[in-house]
Design a protein around this ligand. Sequence first.
Ligand code: UDX
Ligand code: ADP
Length: 454
Amino acid sequence: MNILCIGAGYVGGPTMAVIADQCPDHRVTVVDINTSRIAAWNSDSLPIYEPGLAEVVARCRNRNLFYSTDIPRGIREADIIFVSVNTPTKMFGAGAGKAADLQYLEKTARSIIEYAESDKIVVEKSTLPVRTAQALSRVLHSNAKGLHFQIVSNPEFLAEGSAIRDLKNPDRVLIGGLETSQGRQAVDAVAGIYRRWVPEEKIITTGLWSSELTKLVANALLAQRVSSVNSISALCEKTGANINEVTRVAGLDSRIGAKFLKAGVGFGGSCFKKDILNLVYLCEFYGLPEVAAYWEQVVRINDYQAERFVRNMLAAMFNTLAGKKIALFGFAFKRDTGDTRESPAIAVTRQLHAEHAEIAICDPKALDNAKLDLADLAEGVTYTADPYTAARGAHAIAIITDWDEFRDLDYAQIYDAMNKPAFIFDGRGLVDAGRLHEIGFNVYPLGCPALTHF
Ligand code: UDX
Ligand code: ADP
C-alpha cells in the first residue's frame, strides 16, 4: 500500500517513521510545504528531537520511508492519505483566541482534489473540532472528477519525549468512521496498518464524531488533572501541607490513579491549551456557556500558576529582582524534547524580564526554540547549554523543566559560585530540597514548605 502523510511535524514525522518501521512492505511518504523541514528530515540532523526517533528514521529512510516536497506526486500515488497539518488556535475574526484555525486543513483538502486521480481514504490525524470530517468531506466531494473520498478519524495520542515508545506500544488506537459499508471498509483498511504491531483489543473503532471529540476530551481531562493539582499546590504553600504527599496518597485510590498528578509551574505543549480552548469554543458555539466556563478555568489556573511562581520568587527575594541574575534551568515544555510551544518558561521569562532581572536560560535541547520565542527581548537574556555557567554569579535558580540532568548536578559547586543568599525555586519538584538546604540554599519547592536559613 502507498501511504502518504501531509505535514511533517511533531505528529506526522514520528508516526510515519514508526508505521514504516513496523510495515516494511508499505511505502510511506511524508510531504510538507516547508522545504527546510523536509531537508532536515532527509539529513542527519532531524528537525525535532525525540528519543529513539533518529534510529527508526535511519533504519527506514529511503527503504520504505521517504520525505519529500513533491506533494502532487505524493497525492497521486497514495491509497491512504494521513493529514497531520497544524491546526493552531485561530488568532483573528470569529472565534479568535479559542477556535481552531482550519485554513491549513482546507488548503490540504484542496490540494488533494487538485492532484488526485483515483478514490482515496483520507485520515484526520491532526486534532480537530468535532464534525470537521463533515466539512472536509464536503470540500473533497466538490471535485469535478467524480472521485470519492472516505474520511476516517485516527487521532494521535503520542506524548512528546516518549513518542516512539507511545507509538510502538499505545494504550489504544482510535479509529472513527461513518456507519456505512464503505465507511467500515475504510476504518478496516486503517486498522490493518496498526494490526501489524498493536494487539487487536487495543484498536478501538467508534463513530466519526465520537473519535474527533475523544481526542479533545482526553487532552482536556489530562490538563484538568494537572490544573487541579496545581490549584491545590497554592493551598499547600499557604497551609504547610506538602503537595507531593497529598497527591501520592490521593493517587493510591485506584479510582484516581497515580499518573498526571505532578504539581508544577504549569502545563505547556502544543495540545493542552489549544484543545481546551477549542472545546470551550465548541461549547459556546453549541449554546453551553456553563460547560464552556467550566473548562476555561483549566487554562486560567494554568496561567495563574506561572504568574504565582514568579510572584513567589519576587516575595522571597525581598520584593526586588531588578539587576539580579536568575538562572532558568530548562526552557522546553517538558523533559526529553526541544519543543517550547506554550512552555511556561516563556511566561516566566517575560515576567522576570518585566522585573528587570538578568535571565540566563539553560536547556540541553531547546535553546534554538527559546531564542525564537524571546526574539523581541534583546537585552537581559543570555543562553547556555551549561547549567554551571548559567548559575555562576546568579542570585537564584528557577527549575522550569524536569530534565534528569538538572537533578544530578553538583549543587555544592553551583552554590559556591552563586551570589548569597542563594535561592532555588523548584518548579517541578525535581531536586532533593533537604540536601540543597544543607548545602546552604534557601529552597522553595513548589507546593511544599520552604526551607530557608532566615
Ligand atoms: C499531550 C498528551 O499527553 C498526548 O496524549 C497528546 O497526544 C498530546 O498532548 P504532550 O503535550 O506531548 O502530550 O505531553 P504531556 O506529557 O501530556 O505533558 C503536557 C504538559 O503537562 C507538560 O508541560 C508537562 O510538564 C505537564 N505535566 C504533565 C504536569 O505538569 N504534571 C503532570 O503530572 C503531567
Ligand atoms: P503537529 O505538532 O500537529 O505535528 P507541526 O506544526 O509540528 O504540528 O506540523 C505541521 C506541519 O504541517 C508543518 O511542518 C507545516 O509546514 C505542514 N503543513 C501545513 N500546511 C500544509 C499544507 N497545506 N501542505 C503540506 N504541509 C503543510
